[in-house]
Write a protein that binds this ligand. Structure first.
Ligand SMILES: [Zn+2]
Ligand SMILES: [Zn+2]
Length: 877
């Protein structure tokens, strides 16, 4: 194959691997810590080390790669910082499952051995996703890849923890937290998902010590043995007289007081509530206000404890049944009502969480949140789309202290040592060997590890070398933009802003782009249970990586739900092929053109001036879209220029010129156009563009490091655009007359064009050759006073009318019959659509894509009806 020739078919897999290896080998992904070019930095949202690429990653990382590649081509010193997250619970679960297969559990193995196993797992299987990101084309600086538990990042974690502790912003407290009895760890509020469940509301009678009874409504009878009060609303007249009296707890007979607290809703159940401070967060607050004891009756495995012997060790569900039976027997269960309530579940394993008391570590968030709110208010950090700022403010203004301890082994073990002799806690940057207070050597490190989000909150600066004052930190921090999903605004984005400001004095990024959630073609959330999850790796194999990348770019419209369908990706594969074939055609027709011609010195035709002007506008649109994170606008502008103008029109217009006198000009223009289109498309479709680029005469070392086009205003040419619009109108109408009336291209026809002005007429005449070539007309007459011959097809435009005499071209009566039959059919379809639209229910309830499709159909059918009616008319006249 010769140097400028492309193979007949594009093979995405082969091409992708070849160029990715080339880019790596050339070191193009590498950033420079001491460079004078302006910096542009993105830190990757670190995927879980257990993860593998899903569509959300494909979207998230394609968008980041587009931004990075664009800036790299625009002369920035770009750093896309990669790495993975140790993913506490997820990784521990994976390793525990492995152990289980061997008949082991982590307690038998012991902490040290378990961690060895976990590291071994991480080295062998972890980070599979990194390889998949490379397949996607991600141009991260892989030499800098970090892991949240590597040495440097662990040092940053310790530094932050110790400083917060020293400032009194980390504290320990007995607290009620959401406990997962399966994962054996406390969960933060946002790690709990609520699911609506059908359950029951039980009315239980609590006998008063002095006679009589109080009826309490509860959804959780199994916690009854942990009750330490009955609460009523102080305004509730029904109960005022009982406040201060004692009741006898059913089953156990323990005495508990009746208290008044405005937390109790008078209209819920009976208006009297049992208070179980150890197993309900609200009850816990009530208990604190009234100095009630908290009695734990459910242990860390979700089994009953501190209860009468018969219930000990039973699960929560079993115990509920037993207690209900026992109450019934004693005549204390008065009624059972069906009741729907929201039950908290562990976001990892879906086990019902148990609010539970334990000693936990917390970060006092209010002072950190105040600064983080300010940063967004002042615009130091900007959310795109802006509407997310309200969500952020609302959450930050009501922020609760952050429970950072997790009862896991895999993670950053809290750097605190408990003294067995004096109970002092020594918190230290280095491993402590003695108690800081009494110097006893009898100390033991805290068993808990930190919440995984603690280390990821430091990600933007820990990855750049903090706490050291590195060149990387100086050059790339604050980073330029963060690209992430809406589901982790609180888990991650807000916490990074808080920690970034606290420890570096500056917010970690200037902009946060919140992208869409990827849904299926019908707009449904993808989920394993629905079976509608698509695998990006399969799609890449099936349609090519560039097609998938273009599809996600095209569907990303400022965070509005993105719908991904195979059909759409297939459509963009056709686009990739179109680009390939057009490039192939151009390259086969440029002869020995060596590239580099100065467009100013060429004798440009109107068509050349038109397409060059359109190129400038498209370039400006692309730049603007990229600067404003309008990914779908970027995709649309490039798609419609490349396919709709360059391939469909300019290349067609250029064909007759290859053999003419201005072949050199058209070759130079085509190569210029192709070169620019490849540059414009490269950030979105890096592989196919690089492959084609290397066949262009005068190409550089790599498209990746070629400059991104800038619009050149001197090439804007409104006059040429207007003139070409008229020419294209004329050509289109002759083409559609051929189509509508079944006149094959092999049948020569004559066209008559009537122009509104002498000037217009003269201009059209200069395009005669092109018009004839594209429409395969044998002749065209252009004048201001042309007459419509009888039995002519007609098209009317703003500045021209086109007539095509039909006599002798087709069997007029046969054609008329066919048209009338077709017309009737189409009108029927149209009437059906009309009926659909008249139905308010349909319009209101139909999914938007169905409506859009029907509307598109409707206008297409309407257009065809008009065209056919015209044709029938012409045949008769
Ligand atoms: Zn769990
Ligand atoms: Zn001590």
């Amino acid at each position: 194959m010769n140097e400028t020739e492309l193979s007949t078919r594009y093979d995405p897999a082969e091409v992708g691997k070849r160029w990715y290896d080339y880019w790596l080998e050339k070191g193009y992904f590498k950033a420079n810590d001491t460079d004078t070019r302006p910096p542009f930095c993105i830190v990757i949202p670190p995927p879980n080390v257990t993860g593998s690429l899903h569509v959300g990653h494909a979207l998230d990382n394609t968008l980041q790669d587009i931004l990075i590649r664009h800036k790299r081509m625009s002369g920035y010193n770009t750093l896309w910082m990669p790495g993975t997250d140790h993913a506490g619970i997820a990784t521990q679960n994976v390793v525990e499952r492995e152990l289980k297969k061997e008949g082991l559990d982590r307690h038998e193995l012991g902490r040290e051995k378990f961690l060895e196993r976990s590291w071994k797992w991480k080295e062998e299987y972890g980070g599979k996703i990194i390889g998949q990101l490379k397949e996607l084309g991600a141009s991260c600086d892989w030499d800098r890849e970090r892991f949240t538990m590597d040495e440097g990042l662990s040092r940053a974690v310790r530094e932050v923890f110790v400083r917060l502790y020293e400032e009194g912003l980390v504290y320990r407290a007995n607290y009620i937290t959401n406990w997962c009895p399966r994962c054996h760890t406390a969960l933060s509020d946002i790690e709990v998902e609520y699911a609506e469940r059908n359950s029951h509301l039980y009315d239980i009678a609590y006998p008063l010590k002095d006679g009589g009874r109080l009826v309490v409504a509860t959804t959780r009878p199994e916690t009854l043995l942990g009750d330490t009060a009955i609460a009523v609303n102080p305004e509730d007249d029904r109960y005022r007289k009982f406040v201060g009296k004692m009741v006898l707890l059913p089953i156990s007979g323990r005495e508990i007081p009746v208290i008044a607290d405005s937390y109790v809703a008078m209209d819920f159940g009976t208006g009297a509530l049992k208070i179980t401070p150890a197993h309900d967060p609200n009850d816990y607050e009530v208990g604190k206000r009234h100095n009630l004891p908290a009695i734990t009756v459910i242990d860390k495995n979700g089994r009953m404890e501190n209860v009468p012997e018969k219930y000990v060790g039973k699960s929560r569900e079993e115990c509920r049944k037993m207690i209900v039976e026992d109450l019934k027997e004693q005549g204390l269960l008065l009624e059972t009502h069906p009741h729907k309530n929201a039950v908290g579940e562990c976001y990892r394993c879906k086990t019902t969480v148990e609010p539970s008391l334990s000693m936990q570590w917390f970060v006092k968030t209010a002072p950190l949140a105040a600064e983080a709110i300010k940063a967004v208010e002042t615009g130091a950090v900007e959310f795109i789309p802006k509407s997310w700022e309200n969500t952020y403010f609302e959450w930050m203004k009501n922020i609760r202290d952050w429970c950072i301890s997790r009862q896991l082994w895999w993670g950053h073990r809290i750097p605190a040592w408990h003294c067995a002799d004096c109970a002092h806690i020594t918190v230290s940057r280095t491993d402590a060997t003695e108690c800081a207070k009494c110097k006893s050597k009898n100390i033991a490190q805290e068993n808990d590890v930190l919440d995984t989000w603690f280390s990821s909150a430091l990600w933007p600066f820990s990855t750049l070398g903090w706490p050291d004052k590195t060149e990387a930190l100086k050059t790339f921090y604050p980073t330029s933009v963060l690209v992430t999903g809406l589901d982790i605004i609180f888990f991650w984005v807000a916490r990074m802003i808080m920690m970034g400001i606290k420890f570096t004095g500056e917010p970690p990024f200037k902009k946060v782009y919140i992208h869409a959630l990827v849904r299926d073609a019908e707009g449904k959330k993808m989920s394993k249970s629905k079976g509608n999850v698509v695998d990006p790796l399969t799609l890449m194999m099936q349609f090519g990586t560039d097609s998938l990348r273009f599809a996600v770019c095209a569907m990303e419209s400022q965070g509005r739900d993105a719908r991904l369908s195979e059909k759409r990706i297939e459509g963009y594969r056709n686009f990739v092929n179109k680009l390939w074939n057009a490039s192939r055609f151009v390259l086969m027709n440029i002869g020995d053109y060596k590239g580099g011609a100065d467009l100013n010195k060429l004798n440009l035709t109107v068509a050349d001036r038109w397409i060059l002007s359109r190129l400038q506008k498209t370039t400006a649109q692309a730049q603007e879209a990229l600067d404003n994170f309008r990914f779908n606008d970027l995709a649309n502008a490039l798609y419609s220029f490349t396919w709709g103008e360059l391939c469909d029109w300019y290349i067609e217009l250029a064909k007759p010129r290859f053999t003419g006198g201005d072949a050199e000009t058209v070759r130079a223009v085509l190569v210029h156009l192709l070169d620019n289109v490849l540059r414009l498309l490269h950030p979105v479709m890096p592989f196919v563009t690089e492959e084609i680029y290397h066949k262009l005469p005068g190409h550089g070392e790599s498209l990746m490091i070629a400059s991104y086009p800038k619009p050149e205003s001197r090439l804007l040419d409104e006059e040429a655009e207007k003139e070409m619009e008229t020419v294209m109108e004329i050509i289109s109408s002759i083409r559609s007359i051929r189509q509508e009336l079944n006149i094959p291209y092999s049948v020569p026809l004559t066209a008559i064009v009537k122009c509104g002005s002498e000037d217009g007429s003269a201009k059209i005449k200069t395009h005669e050759k092109s018009i004839l070539a594209i429409t395969r007309a044998v002749s065209i007459e252009v004048s201001t006073n042309a007459q419509r011959p009888p039995q002519s097809a007609t098209a009317v435009h703003a500045h021209s009318e086109v007539y095509v005499p039909l006599a002798g071209l087709i069997d007029i009566s046969k054609e008329k019959d066919r048209l009338e039959k077709d017309l009737a059919k189409i009108k029927k379809e149209l009437a059906m659509l009309d009926k659909k639209f008249e139905d308010d229910n349909f319009v209101k309830n139909a999914p938007p894509e169905v409506l859009e499709k029907d509307r598109g159909n409707h206008s297409e059918l309407t257009r065809r009806v008009a065209g056919m009616e015209d044709s029938i008319k012409w045949l008769g006249q």
